[in-house]
Design a protein around this ligand. Structure first.
Ligand code: SAM
Length: 282
């Protein structure tokens, strides 16, 4: 069954009385070049279990299952369950969980389904929860090696920006704290059904936690990052004073010790400076 053939997709979905939900970010891939490329760049190979988020009709799921030992996928829309039973009927290494990824027990899924296998995440993410899903995957300390996901182009630019530049944001710091992120390739809006209003891009995060903060320090680091970026136009000292009650004099003192000026905004600080700042202010 060719799941990138528009006629085939229309026929299956029509037969199941399925209509697309904009609220669930349902834009399914119909460009045949994309899913093999995501799978090949996303560690879908022998020795790996792949966790997929949001199967749609299974076009990516299938490519992942052809290459990896096992695929476990979480899909929130129960209307897709009978569709998937049909489109993925030829595979015996796929398990579908009809759940909300934000509430699913991902540790349990990985431990039970991928026992002994290395794990990677691959997905064409629903755009409305891109950052929450990525942060959930990173913060949950799941035993995963990499996260290869399609996101909106603007989100990819933010995720792949250099920390310490205006293009960066709290999510940029988040991914760089847990791993190394890179842009893989762009995908035009015409590659989807229905076609969204924006183009997309595929990025990959390799998880390689480089900063050795303890749990308390880590919590404090992210509090500073969230506060600083939520008032990114203010100086960091003003933002931390108004949102966390940290005395400006204390922030000035620490900023001096990391070679930053008193009037610096959070977006100008590098990863190393942010980590040092959090440890010293705490
Ligand atoms: N992987 C398919 C493809 O590339 O054609 C579908 C991708 S579509 C952009 C996103 C999918 O995520 C949809 O199938 C949608 O129903 C599902 N989804 C949306 N929110 C979800 C959530 N909170 N948990 C799990 N799946 C979700």
């Amino acid at each position: 069954m060719n799941l990138t053939n528009i006629g085939t997709v229309r026929e299956i979905l029509g037969r199941h009385g399925f209509n697309f939900s904009k609220g669930l970010g349902q834009n399914f891939i119909i460009n045949p070049d994309i899913c093999p490329k995501i799978a090949e760049n996303g560690n879908a190979r022998s020795g790996y279990g792949i966790l997929e988020i949001g199967t749609g009709i299974g076009v990516l799921t299938k490519e992942l299952a052809m290459r990896a030992d096992k695929v476990s996928a979480v899909e929130i829309d129960k209307r897709l369950m009978p569709v998937l039973a049909e489109t993925l009927a030829d595979f015996n290494n796929i398990k579908i969980y009809n759940e909300d990824v934000m509430k699913a027990n991902l540790h349990k899924i990985i431990n039970e389904d991928f026992n002994g296998l290395k794990t990677a995440v691959c997905a064409n993410l629903p755009y409305y929860i891109t950052s929450p899903v990525i942060m959930l995957l990173l913060e949950s300390c799941l035993p995963i090696e990499s996260i290869t996901v399609m996101v909106q182009k603007e989100a990819a630019q933010r995720l792949c920006a250099e920390v310490g530049t205006r293009e960066s944001g709290a999510i940029t710091v988040g991914v760089n704290y847990y791993g190394t992120v890179r842009h893989l390739f762009n995908v035009s809006r015409g590659s989807f059904m229905p076609s969204p209003n924006v183009d997309s891009a595929v990025i990959r995060i390799d998880i390689d936690k480089k900063y050795n903060l303890n749990t308390e320090q880590e919590k404090f680091f992210f509090k500073i990052v969230k506060s600083g970026f939520s008032q990114r136009r203010k100086t960091l000292a003003n933002a931390l004073s108004s949102l966390m009650g940290i005395e400006k004099e204390k922030t000035y003192y620490v900023l001096k010790s990391i070679d930053a000026s008193e009037s610096v905004r959070i977006e100008s600080l590098t990863m190393e400076q942010l980590v040092a700042l959090a440890i010293k202010i705490m």
